[in-house]
Write a protein that binds this ligand. Structure first.
Ligand code: FES
Length: 139
């Protein structure tokens, strides 16, 4: 599967192929959960006022965290990246993801203080990845 080039900027990458729920890969209309979550994010981001800025949204098939559907990846040049999962493909999840993303995008190194986390992302983190050329200092 060839890679597609995208802007190097803070973005939300949504797994487009995540299952809809534990029993079904797709809903009654044949739509995957990941695709529905992407559309919720797109709709919300499209409603954003100028003050919150444009949100870069991308989709790709399978982030290799399938059992934690629906999954997303947050990334930005020079910042810690994250994979989050266990989202239901609905408006509430999209709101929490976008709220966290905005705080992430504003942060210096991708580290958002816990007090700034929306409730809807707590317990959803699967992994964090250091940006190319960096690791976190050991304590
Ligand atoms: S199908 Fe979404 S992580 Fe694999």
């Amino acid at each position: 599967m060839p890679m597609q080039s995208v802007e190097r900027e803070a973005s939300i990458v949504v797994c487009s192929t995540c299952r809809h729920d534990a029993d079904n890969r797709e809903n009654e209309k044949g739509e995957r959960g990941g695709e529905l979550l992407y559309r919720e994010l797109e709709a919300l981001a499209g409603q954003a006022e100028d003050s919150s800025g444009r949100v870069s949204l991308q989709r790709m098939p399978c982030l290799f965290a399938c059992s934690r559907f629906c999954t997303i990846h947050l990334r930005a040049p020079g910042k810690i990246g994250y994979v989050l999962g266990n989202f239901t493909p609905d408006r509430e999840s999209a709101e929490a993801i976008l709220a966290f993303f905005r705080a992430y995008r504003e942060s210096e190194e991708g580290i958002v203080p816990f007090r700034g986390w929306p409730e809807g992302v707590k317990g959803h983190f699967i992994a964090r990845m250091p940006p190319e050329g960096y690791v976190l200092e050991s304590g």
